[in-house]
Design a protein around this ligand. Structure first.
Ligand SMILES: [Zn+2]
Ligand SMILES: [Zn+2]
Length: 603
């Protein structure tokens, strides 16, 4: 549902539709409150908003009224007309709108746009009019209100928002709306919102007993319950198998180190605000690590390396701690402790393309495994102006590494888009965004090329000419962190995990107490085959037991009664509702083992 093509959202038809709908909404609100004050109303992802200063709070009934009036305005087929004005003319037009007057000051001085956002050049001042409404605006807009489909529009909610986002300013009312190219798109979007609510990983993660937070442990520090523990083990197993095949070497590093290491790496002082405060021990400051790179660099640098040894790929599920502000913590998506599918690859320049492509192919392999069909890789580049400020001051290496990444992606036929001025400090990066089956977007991971850190740590290898050379480093984490990946997978599968990833794969359900012993013997047999299984020998009736297993989304239920016990068989109920009565246990076990071994998406 989100925009993802190479077309910029700001230049898309949808952007114009949403921007225009914001004006129409403002007109409808001003008609309702002639003394109301308007502020700003930009398009946002999936819709638009407008902030108002009104004499009273808006009610749900008001929103219905406003929405109705918007449809009438749309039906009036009004042109959107642009006019360039002087600051003086603008002040005259908006003389009763103090917020607009403040914005006009910013426009006149330069350095700010009509939303009060910083701007490089000094903008021209323009207004747009449709019907009776005039806004301070540089567009773009649709040509005519008729370009908006009245049945593709819906007002969503009202929320408080401070003027200019500053809590010292007045609290305004922000009205959110959504509008799409047609009614069908709106319907899909609303369905997606509903579905996303049901799939919310914070809600499902608790219900399925995967993870939780505890006040005494602290915010942003998730505790994984046994069900989450199983998922973590399975994901690590997947990573280790895959990385072993790709020639990675596994290392282990401590959770904390002396301050010196992070000064050396450059994280201190620049990254200090994202780190936990130090602890002092024997007069020395120690920090818990926010990332694993410096320790891996130490391992690479611990002995002489020759070009024959390269590439060297050091992998670790490293546990890192980052200080995220309390207000920014969000379920498993933004946490303060994270376990990362980390690795650092030390390569020579001529190995770079192949290695980088190898990483990209890992991603594609994982996407296929998890049924992720929609994804985009975004290559973030430096900017010339940022050199020596936000970027390492070495233009030659920037251009060269950016080109190497670009070529690797092109040669690998990997779809990607480019983003100016969004690179990491020490090199270009590729951000990976994925969409869950219901179309919700997640940022999963980042690959970074690093041409600065290896030099800082004095890393080198002896090249073919017998000379010392600094390797390039690729930072990569295709399976992201356990936290983020599990959060994503919960929502992606709505908790209906494939068999290999399901915390509990089989539940045996005896119909009466007389089959409890038989049920326990099946559990023993299956455990011996490394299948995760339990028996429900509670006093509940069979139907309640089945319901319980369904709530926990267990893929297979084996119902055993008198007949099954006598025949040494089971009756299978699958999570998808299908059933198969009186099958031999051995047959069932063989089929489950096959699904697990191949990590099959099928039940
Ligand atoms: Zn506008
Ligand atoms: Zn790293």
């Amino acid at each position: 549902m989100s925009h993802m093509s190479s077309e910029k959202y700001e230049e898309s038809k949808l952007y114009k539709i949403r921007h225009s709908a914001a004006h129409i909404m403002a007109q409808a609100v001003l008609e309702m409150f002639p003394d109301g004050k308007i502020t700003i109303g930009p398009p946002v992802e999936n819709g638009f908003y407008y902030d108002f200063d009104l004499p009273r709070n808006l009610t749900p009934e008001d929103l219905q009224q406003i929405e109705k009036r918007m449809r009438q305005i749309i039906a009036g087929k009004h042109d959107f007309v642009k006019k360039v004005v002087t600051a003086g003319e603008a002040r005259e037009i908006f003389k009763d709108q103090p917020y607009k007057l403040e914005l006009i000051d910013g426009l006149e001085k330069g350095g700010f746009d009509e939303y009060g956002n910083p701007l490089q050049e000094k903008p021209e001042i323009s207004i747009y009019q449709d019907d009776t409404f005039v806004d301070l605006c540089r567009g773009p807009h649709v040509d005519n209100t008729k370009d908006i489909k009245p049945d593709a529009l819906k007002l969503m909610s009202v929320a408080g928002a401070y003027w200019r986002g500053d809590e010292h300013n007045k609290m305004l009312q922000r009205v959110y709306g959504t509008v799409w190219e047609n009614a069908q798109q709106l319907k899909e979007y609303l369905w997606q919102l509903e579905e996303a609510k049901k799939r919310d990983h914070r809600k499902l993660g608790k219900e399925l007993e995967i993870f939780f937070f505890d006040d005494e442990v602290g915010p942003g520090l998730p505790l994984f319950a046994p069900n989450g523990g199983v998922m973590i083990e399975e994901i690590e197993k997947l990573a280790k198998e895959t990385e072993e095949e790709a020639g990675y070497l596994r290392v282990r590093t401590p959770h904390l180190s002396k301050e010196d290491l992070f000064i050396h790496s450059g994280h201190l002082p620049y990254y200090a605000e994202s780190m936990y405060p130090p602890m002092e021990l024997e007069g020395v400051k120690y920090y818990v690590k926010p990332m694993n790179c410096p320790m891996h660099h130490k391992i690479f640098g611990s002995k002489p390396r020759s070009y024959r040894d390269l590439p060297i790929r050091l992998a670790e599920y490293g546990t890192d701690y980052r200080y995220e502000k309390s207000g920014e913590l969000f379920g498993l998506m933004r946490v303060r402790s994270l376990q990362m599918n980390d690795a650092h690859m030390y390569v020579s320049e001529d190995q770079f393309e192949q290695e980088f492509l190898g990483v990209v192919n890992l991603y594609l392999k994982y996407f296929a495994l998890f049924g992720i069909e929609k994804y985009v890789m975004r290559l973030s580049l430096h900017s010339k102006e940022g050199l020596g400020k936000k970027y390492v001051d070495n233009e030659r290496l920037w251009l060269k590494t950016e080109d190497m990444v670009r070529r690797a992606m092109q040669n690998g036929k990997v779809p990607f888009v480019e983003a100016e001025d969004e690179a990491a400090f020490y090199g270009p990066k590729v951000d990976v965004q994925v969409w869950s089956v219901i179309g919700k977007e997640f940022s999963l991971a980042t690959n970074q090329v690093d041409f600065a850190q290896p030099a800082r740590f004095d890393l080198k290898f002896i090249n073919k000419q017998g000379l010392e050379e600094v390797p390039l480093c690729i930072h990569r984490a295709p399976l992201s962190t356990h936290e983020r990946l599990i959060g994503f997978l919960i929502e992606h599968y709505a908790g209906n995990f494939p068999v290999w990833l399901s915390p509990e794969q089989v539940r045996v359900i005896p119909i009466t107490d007389s089959q409890n012993e038989y049920a326990e013997s099946i559990v023993k047999e299956l455990r011996g085959q490394h299948i995760r299984v339990s028996a429900d020998i509670s006093a509940q009736r069979m139907n309640a037991k089945i319901r319980q297993a369904q709530i926990m989304k267990v893929p297979y239920m084996l119902v055993v009664g008198e007949n099954e016990m006598t025949a040494g068989q089971v009756s299978l109920r699958v999570r998808d509702g299908s059933q198969k009565n009186n099958i031999g246990l051995a047959e069932f076990v063989a089929s489950v083992k096959e699904k697990i071994a191949t990590r099959s998406p099928e039940l």
